[in-house]
Ligand binder design. Structure first.
Ligand code: GUN
Length: 283
């Protein structure tokens, strides 16, 4: 069994983005800029946003944080998005989800210019992903693919099972695996025989949001297990969707939580922002 080191792979990706960012500065005098918008005071979102800012600093991007109070209205948020759409030194806009309940996240996402949508959440970018002709890859699924590549894990012809069908992870994850010729099954809360389907997976991706949901009996001997979860166990300790301790010995590869998929999401965001900057400047 080998543990996939997301921190290490992410660091390599960020080093490469840093190198290319420096080159862009030297050759064109341009610095990529990312705006991160956070509404309210969700503690998990705060941690994610801080990590995104730190990564920007590391690779040499300009980053702007817009921390808005929980009472922000839809109109105020849409106005901010519009301002950022028009801001020349901002190449990427990320509105941290989830938003407070009174706000309409779909309308906010659709208001972001597709050229600056570094999350790849906008309908235009989602459609492009479906067609396999994308500028931006969705951060978490692309991070998972980068890990698989980094460990020379072949997807073509493999039985891939994704648990979860969210727009952020499950659906685009399935699509990226399909693009690499995996045979993909998406499981969700209404799936019958979920454990049995999972137990046939060569590559199992858990994106359910339930602590230790994937147990050893659901995992095939020698499977690759990717854990997208960021959950809290019964003692409030950070854990994933996979019961790591009991599952790990059955796997050929497994990602830990923390230190697995999480850091990869951020390194993809850096890649997307650099790409957005290049596209917007015709480079
Ligand atoms: N909330 C959880 N994951 C993400 C993400 O990748 N992007 C944004 N904007 N919000 C999130």
């Amino acid at each position: 069994m080998q543990i996939i080191d997301g921190k290490k792979v992410s660091a390599q990706v960020k080093e490469e983005v840093k190198r290319q960012t420096l080159e862009l500065k030297e050759t064109h005098g341009i610095t990529p800029g990312l705006a991160v918008v956070i509404v309210g005071d969700d503690p998990a979102s705060r941690v994610y946003v801080n990590n995104k800012k730190k990564a920007c600093e590391f690779v040499g991007f300009k980053s702007e944080e817009y921390a808005l109070p929980a009472e922000t209205t839809q109109e105020e948020l849409l106005n901010l998005v519009e301002t950022l759409n028009n801001k020349k030194d901002i190449n990427g806009i990320l509105v941290q989800l989830p938003l407070p309940k009174h706000l309409d996240d779909k309308a906010v996402i659709e208001a972001i210019s597709p050229l600056k949508d570094v999350d790849a959440f906008h309908a235009v970018n989602v459609g492009k992903i479906m067609l396999g002709e994308y500028d931006f890859l969705p951060c978490t699924p692309a991070g998972v693919m980068e890990m698989l590549h980094s460990y020379n894990i072949e997807v073509s012809g493999k039985n891939c099972v994704v648990i979860g069908r969210s727009n952020i992870v499950g659906k685009p994850m399935a699509m990226l695996l399909l693009h690499e010729n995996g045979t993909v099954t998406i499981c969700h809360s209404r799936t019958k025989n979920l454990a049995e389907i999972c137990s046939q997976a060569d590559i199992l991706v858990a994106a359910v949001g339930r602590p230790k949901f994937v147990t050893a009996d659901m995992v095939k001997e020698g499977a690759v297990v990717i854990d997208v979860g960021m959950d809290r166990d019964e003692n409030g300790k950070l854990c994933g969707d996979v019961d790591f301790e009991n599952v790990k010995d059955k796997c050929s590869f497994i990602t830990p939580v923390p230190g697995g998929v999480g850091p990869m999401t951020i390194s993809t965001l850096m890649k997307n922002t650099l790409k957005a900057c290049r596209i917007q400047n015709n480079i």
